[in-house]
Design a protein around this ligand. Structure first.
Ligand code: ADP
Ligand code: MG
Length: 688
């Protein structure tokens, strides 16, 4: 029997087999990789040592006649006195009157359930009547399966693992099994399904969690390896001298983290392998500068660069930033949907003949008639707002084009591996010094008057303010009405100032116009739904008010807060919320206390789980069967699995292209692993 054999081979009725299939269990492997939800410690205890109420197991003998009482139709209570090692314990069953006949005095009984110390009573959740010995060890509790009772499921698992002819081929490279002192695969499955102690469960899980994360990372690593080995990479001979002079001419010094990220990027630009890298960093950590320098680096190598951003406002802002930061020898243009036709024609021509070095733009960059002479680097800002096809269209405008994706939301490094294991990741985890401080305050809606007073003082001093309207999930209409009501209120309360409204229902052009007016200082207050650009940089804005803050995710609040504190002046972020649930209050407290986006992201992960974390990658994470990325331990395992998987994938791809049998650390890779790898390599579904 093999793992791929159908469960029917275990000798089930057709009905049971069908029920299992409905639960997604078709093969023996499915059966064995459906893990217990939890375990019950079935080892009977001596009631004399129990001090606290809680679940416990007892093994004893019935001493008196059972007492059955009906207290309503169909509602009954059956009580039996047991002698447990010389001490009396009462066991109680609800609504199982038929057990009475089987519980005659002298019968051996094992029961498990919540125990009340004072009353010496256990309410039986699980029962075995007449066992010669009490069950020993830890009993797994499986997820409910319609049509298959837990006991039957357990029996099937036991039957499968008990068969001598069941083959459980090893998938992990032997060097890895030895390195971490893992049990082999079959042993690990036995430990998890048929444990003798909680310690067994832990040992088995340790390996199976690693196995799951390793195999997941191996797929990503193979995809990455394939992409890098495709013949399309082109080495760009970056002129380090010119690049260094550009860095020295910046109005500030790069932070250590910025310099490191840039080094990683430049090293890859110079290598013949195709770059596919994610640049991530905390809000305000200066990603744009790094991207600008990377673009300049390919220019010094004789290539062109493109920076694609999701909106007109951002495109204009980035073009301005690049003009300010880059040396004058880099020819730069802005191309958006609103570039006049004649100007567009000129830009296209200069892109084709190579006179233009860098182009910044929106989707306008991927129009069909746009061609580059030699596109060396494509940077995509807020990459999650573009589809796979759009990113690919930009890439296909060049040959050997490297790609740099940017994301505005910081992701803890270990989690980034899970989301982006097929990419390389550069992380900027340090903020520039001399940043204006941002104080975060939390107040209630009842005190909104005081918030308005505060705003008035800041506005009078010439500052600008954002006010974010509450977010109502799944209803753009309500969102809009909320924003509108807030806007009217502020217009009245702050009538001496210019207040603008930005919401999702405005046509793109008007959205840009409102945003642009705020950027230029023609509006003092911007009331906005979350459509407010996460990337906008308005250093004069010093106040961020977020109404009904509890409705936003931590990362989102952090992003919004990141819109202020961009100049040297002190800024304030005011969370307005009467959050009542403890978890909501905890999140707001966390935000008040920390400015570190990476820490916040971890916290968000722990409070809300990974599914909710960011809209980073639409496909999201796979559903792991055992691994739980909200657990710091599992995330550490992920980091190891990631590193090992890359080494194994590289060894495998290397051997294949050299026509050698794949080996890792001098030993052949297991056949089961090679089969999995072949599956990926045959159908390399890109995850980008
Ligand atoms: P983000 O990572 O949020 O995109 P930006 O690239 O927009 O951050 O940078 C935020 C602000 O910090 C910009 O005004 C930028 O000019 C400035 N900045 C970037 N790097 C540094 C630095 N090393 N020292 C001082 N200011 C910097
Ligand atoms: Mg940015």
């Amino acid at each position: 029997m093999e793992l791929s054999s159908p469960v029917d081979a275990l000798g089930l009725t057709a009905k049971k087999a069908a029920a299992l299939r409905r639960a997604g269990v078709e093969t023996v492997e499915d059966l064995l990789y459906r893990f217990p939800l939890r375990y019950e410690d079935a080892r009977p205890v001596d009631p004399a040592v129990l001090r606290a109420d809680g679940p416990a197991a007892f093994y004893g003998v019935v001493t008196d006649m059972p007492v059955l009482k009906f207290f309503a139709p169909g509602k009954s209570r059956l009580a039996v006195r047991l002698d447990v090692g010389g001490r009396p314990v009462t066991a109680v069953w609800f609504n199982q009157p038929y057990l009475k006949a089987r519980l005659a005095p002298g019968t051996a009984v094992w029961v498990y359930g919540p125990y009340d110390v004072r009353r010496r009573t256990v309410v039986a959740q699980r029962t075995e009547i007449g066992p010669a010995r009490p069950p020993d060890g830890v009993v797994p509790v499986y997820p409910a399966t319609e049509g298959v009772r837990p006991k039957e499921y357990r029996a099937l698992v036991e039957a499968a693992l008990g068969r001598d002819d069941l083959e459980v081929p090893e998938v992990l490279p032997p060097a890895i099994v030895r390195r971490y002192r893992f049990p082999d695969r079959r042993a690990a499955l036995r430990l998890v399904h048929l444990p003798a102690s909680p310690d067994d469960v832990a040992r088995g899980k340790r390996r199976l969690i690693y196995e799951e994360l390793f195999l997941f990372q191996l797929k990503l690593a193979l995809l990455r390896g394939l992409r890098r080995r495709r013949a399309t990479g082109v080495a760009k001979p970056v002129d380090e001298g010119r690049l260094r002079r550009a860095i020295e001419a910046l109005p500030f010094r790069l932070t250590g983290a910025q310099a490191r990220a840039l080094r990683e990027i430049v090293a890859e630009l110079r290598s013949p392998e195709a770059m596919y890298r994610l640049l991530q960093g905390d809000v305000g950590s200066g990603k744009t500068v790094v991207a600008a320098l990377a673009l300049y680096a390919v220019v010094t190598a004789g290539f062109q660069g493109a920076l694609m951003v999701p909106t007109e406002v951002l495109a204009m802002q980035h073009a301005r930033t690049l003009r300010k930061l880059l040396p004058l020898d880099a020819e730069l243009a802005l191309l958006t949907g609103r570039t006049p036709p004649a100007a567009r024609e000129r830009i296209l021509e200069r892109l084709r003949d190579g006179r233009l070095d860098v182009v910044v733009g929106t989707h306008a960059l991927i129009q069909e008639d746009i061609a580059f002479r030699r596109l060396g680097l494509a940077v995509v800002d807020e990459q999650h707002r573009f589809g796979v096809a759009e990113r690919r269209m930009l890439l296909e405008k060049g040959e050997g084009t490297d790609i740099l994706l940017m994301t505005a939301t910081p992701i803890p490094r270990t989690l980034a591996l899970a989301y982006f294991g097929d990419l390389d990741v550069s992380t900027i985890d340090e903020l520039p010094k001399g940043r204006g401080e941002v104080e975060t305050l939390w107040t209630t809606p009842a005190r909104f008057g005081a918030v308005l007073d505060f705003m008035r003082r800041e506005l009078q001093a010439g500052r600008q303010a954002y006010v974010i309207a509450p977010l109502i999930e799944a209803s753009e209409k309500v969102d809009f009405e909320n924003a509108l009501a807030l806007y009217e209120r502020l217009r009245t309360a702050l009538s001496e100032f210019r207040v603008g409204l930005l919401h999702g229902r405005l046509p793109g052009k008007e959205k840009d116009a409102v945003m642009q007016a705020f950027v230029r200082g023609e509006l003092d207050v911007l009331v906005a739904t979350t459509v407010v650009e996460v990337g906008v940089d308005v250093p004069n804005a010093t106040v961020m008010v977020i109404v009904d803050a509890e409705r936003f995710g931590l990362s989102q609040l952090h992003q919004l807060r990141g819109r202020v504190g961009r100049g040297a002046a002190k800024s304030t972020c005011i969370l307005v919320s009467d959050a009542r649930t403890e978890i909501a209050r905890e999140r707001l407290r966390t935000l008040v206390e920390t400015r570190d986006g990476f820490l916040l992201a971890e916290k968000d992960l722990e409070l809300r789980g990974p599914g909710d974390l960011f809209g980073v990658r639409q496909s999201g994470l796979p559903e792991f069967r055992l691994a739980d990325l909200t657990s710091p331990y599992d995330r550490t395992v992920l980091a190891y699995a990631h590193r090992d998987a890359r080494a194994v994938a590289d060894a495998l791809l290397e051997a294949r292209s050299a026509g050698r049998p794949p080996a890792y650390e001098g030993e052949p890779l297991p056949a089961a692993l090679l089969r999995l790898a072949d599956d990926v390599l045959r159908r390399p579904v890109a995850l980008d």
